[in-house]
Design a protein around this ligand. Structure first.
Ligand code: SF4
Length: 149
């Protein structure tokens, strides 16, 4: 974390440039690392409030860190895949990630929140893809109101 806090932005941009939006991400990563070093002794904090106070960290990123690094099911990660798959499965009618997360948290047992985030993201990447969902090989097709064959 100390090394990241002192990194030169162009050097970091070079390392992460395949991820897209790499200039903003590099800036946020350095700012985040500086804040973690200055305010948390170099340890990534483990509460939603403290994580969200870091540069570049919103509820989505905080959920990923809390669920995977700290084993805490604070919420469900809502990215573009989770949004699309949840809407196709009629688990939500909302477009706003916060409202989608609330709908999913009402439907899914608390202990499964981190796992389900991974499953929905993986399903959205591999099967329920954006352009032409692969409904013919989808294990959820019998339950899905959007299934097309
Ligand atoms: S049946 Fe089709 S639309 Fe529904 S979840 Fe599966 S891939 Fe997505």
């Amino acid at each position: 974390m100390a090394a990241l806090a002192q990194a030169r932005q162009p050097e970091l941009e070079e390392i992460i440039k395949s991820t897209g939006f790499f200039r903003n991400k590099a800036k946020s990563l350095i700012g985040m690392a500086q804040a973690v070093v200055a305010e948390h002794g170099g340890e990534v904090p483990n509460t939603m409030e403290q994580l969200r106070a870091l540069p570049g960290v919103g509820r989505k990123t905080a959920n990923v860190v809390l669920g995977n690094a700290y084993g805490r099911n604070e919420g469900i990660t809502v990215d573009t895949h989770v949004t699309r798959v949840s809407k196709r499965l009629s688990l939500t009618r909302h477009d706003d990630p916060v409202k989608i997360e609330q709908d999913l948290m009402r439907l899914i047992p608390h202990e499964d929140w981190t796992l389900v985030s991974h499953l929905l993201i993986f399903h959205g990447r591999q099967v329920c893809v954006a352009r032409r969902p692969r409904c013919w090989e989808c294990v959820l097709a019998d339950f899905c109101p959007s299934a097309v064959f």
